[in-house]
Design a protein around this ligand. Structure first.
Ligand SMILES: Nc1ncnc2c1ncn2[C@@H]1O[C@H](COP(=O)(O)OP(=O)(O)OP(=O)(O)O)[C@@H](O)[C@H]1O
Ligand SMILES: [Mg+2]
Length: 232
């Protein structure tokens, strides 16, 4: 379902962290949020998922405000996932059972897709950073979300882990899951994005199709960011 963001603002400790932000995010494809550190990307994503509440404006999912049943169809993966103190497979089974999926074979299939099957019976807490992030994605995907948020979920991963995750994202996106992803990895954004939202100082500076954004960014801030310059 399309998301209509209507003039939201968020002020915390007297700082306007999201500043009159409006956009429409289509219900299909991969939308990528970019922008310098502190731009408000994570806060914006938290607003979309209902973890932060704007002081004014509205966020509508197909004309409805976020409600528990819409939220249940969403999944969010952070850069540092919370892992339960049990095996890799048990981590996945726990989430699957909460969603009424009781077939261990399905969990096994997701472990294979994320190249974790050889670690199924290892304690999940002992996984490496990249393995934990792949497990976090497996947990998110097994719920078959209609909307998947990823906040720098592939930062600090090796190229093979990034590729595994990107292949999985492209495949679920093709099957209809909407993806909204925050990344600083320009290469990843070019590989995955259908459209790019560029934030700076809490404002949406630019929202363009990916080809336009990377070839011909409209704003000076986006041009500087893409050129690897300090954006102040
Ligand atoms: N709970 C909070 N209370 C007060 N200020 C906050 C809070 N969360 C974030 N901020 C501030 O809001 C601004 C935007 O933060 P946010 O985490 O959204 O940035 P970001 O674009 O995700 O940056 P990064 O690329 O570093 O992850 C920052 O200046 C941050 O200090
Ligand atoms: Mg962030």
């Amino acid at each position: 379902m399309p998301i209509s963001v209507q003039s939201i603002t968020l002020t915390l400790n007297d700082r306007r962290l999201i500043d009159d932000l409006s956009c429409t995010i289509k219900s299909a494809g991969i939308s990528i949020i970019m922008g310098p550190n502190g731009a408000g990307k994570s806060l914006f994503m938290r607003c979309l998922h209902g973890l932060a509440i704007p002081d004014s404006g509205a966020i509508l999912y197909a004309d409805k405000p976020l409600n528990p049943s819409i939220r249940k169809q969403q999944s969010l993966v952070f850069q540092t996932p919370t892992i339960l103190r049990r095996t890799v497979l048990a981590n996945l089974l726990f989430v699957a059972r909460q969603r009424g999926i009781d077939d261990p074979a399905i969990s096994g299939e997701y472990l294979r897709q994320l190249r974790l099957d050889h670690l199924a019976h290892h304690p999940a807490r002992l996984l490496s950073g990249g393995e934990k992030q792949r497990l976090a994605l497996a947990r998110a995907l097994i719920t078959k979300p209609t909307l998947l948020f990823l906040d720098e979920a592939t930062s600090n991963l090796d190229p093979a882990s990034i590729e595994t995750i990107e292949i999985n994202l492209q495949s679920v996106s093709k099957r209809g899951t909407k993806i909204i992803l925050v990344t600083h990895d320009v290469g990843q954004a070019k590989r995955l994005a259908d459209d790019v939202l560029f934030l700076h100082h809490g404002k949406l500076i630019e929202h363009s199709k990916a080809a336009t954004f990377f070839k011909n960014p409209k704003s000076a801030a986006a041009r500087a960011y893409l050129a690897g310059k300090l954006v102040l």
